[in-house]
Design a protein around this ligand. Structure first.
Ligand code: CA
Length: 243
């Protein structure tokens, strides 16, 4: 017997990371049966690949994976996706493991064995709260004639696709979310690349130059006047996107 699903569950994508066939299959089918979009990865490496390919709202993460520690998966994905809901599924009941999991960036944990009903209730509570607190995070952003769709990872100008590399897109999306505001180089490096980035920030300059070029290249052949946002360099600080 299932729990009544929230009517809009289909908007939520859940990635199950679990090497146990029985549990993994049970979770994937249970989530789908309750209206979620669900996928299942059996290893940490597969999960990292899958999460970078498709945007997910939530991750159900087993800690004991065959190829790597689930804590490392949590840490890596938390660095990359600040809004991803991470729920650790663990057979470990020691407090120290739970603390390590939360320190690694998990939002919640469930100790095995748990029932699907309890898992679904927790997911609903988390996702409801998230929807209330960050309603605009995944909404398309309209700036003049430019539309940035974070969920589809597409950028269009007058309905024409602007081809962007992943980092160029993330940079543009981040600036667009803060349109009209100054965004520091440190923030851009931390959010688009890695929180623990200690390398040269030349990467940022190169990516920014490429992004500007792609936007002007996209606008040039269009037969109509185009309202294209401008990226202003703020010397010694960072950048600001504005119309
Ligand atoms: Ca396991």
């Amino acid at each position: 017997m299932g729990t009544p699903a929230a009517p809009d569950n289909g908007r939520f994508r859940v990635l199950v990371v679990e090497d146990d066939d029985v549990i993994g299959h049970h979770l994937e089918t249970g989530l789908r049966g309750n209206g979620y979009t669900a996928a299942w990865s059996r290893t940490g490496a597969a999960a990292l690949t899958e999460a970078s390919r498709t945007p997910y709202d939530a991750l159900l993460l087993d800690l004991g994976l065959p190829d790597m520690d689930g804590l490392d998966v949590a840490r890596t994905l938390r660095n990359r996706f600040r809004d991803l809901l991470i729920v650790i599924l663990t057979a470990r009941t020691d407090d120290i493991d739970v603390i390590a999991g939360l320190d690694a960036g998990a939002d919640d944990y469930l100790v095995k064995p748990f029932t699907l009903t309890v898992l679904l209730a927790r997911l609903r509570a988390h996702l409801r709260r998230r929807t209330l607190t960050t309603p605009v995070q995944n909404q398309p952003i309209h700036l003049g004639d430019l539309v940035i769709n974070p969920t589809a990872r597409r950028c269009t100008l007058h309905n024409t696709e602007v081809p962007l590399r992943p980092k160029e897109f993330e940079l543009l999306a981040l600036l667009a979310r803060h349109a009209g505001e100054a965004v520091s180089r440190e923030t851009l490096m931390a959010e688009v690349w890695d929180e623990n980035w200690f390398g040269s920030t030349k990467t940022l300059d190169v990516t920014m130059a490429a992004l500007r070029r792609r936007l002007t290249d996209a606008a040039e052949p269009l037969p109509v006047p185009t309202r294209l946002p401008r990226i202003t360099t703020l010397r010694g600080h960072g950048y600001r996107l504005e119309l």
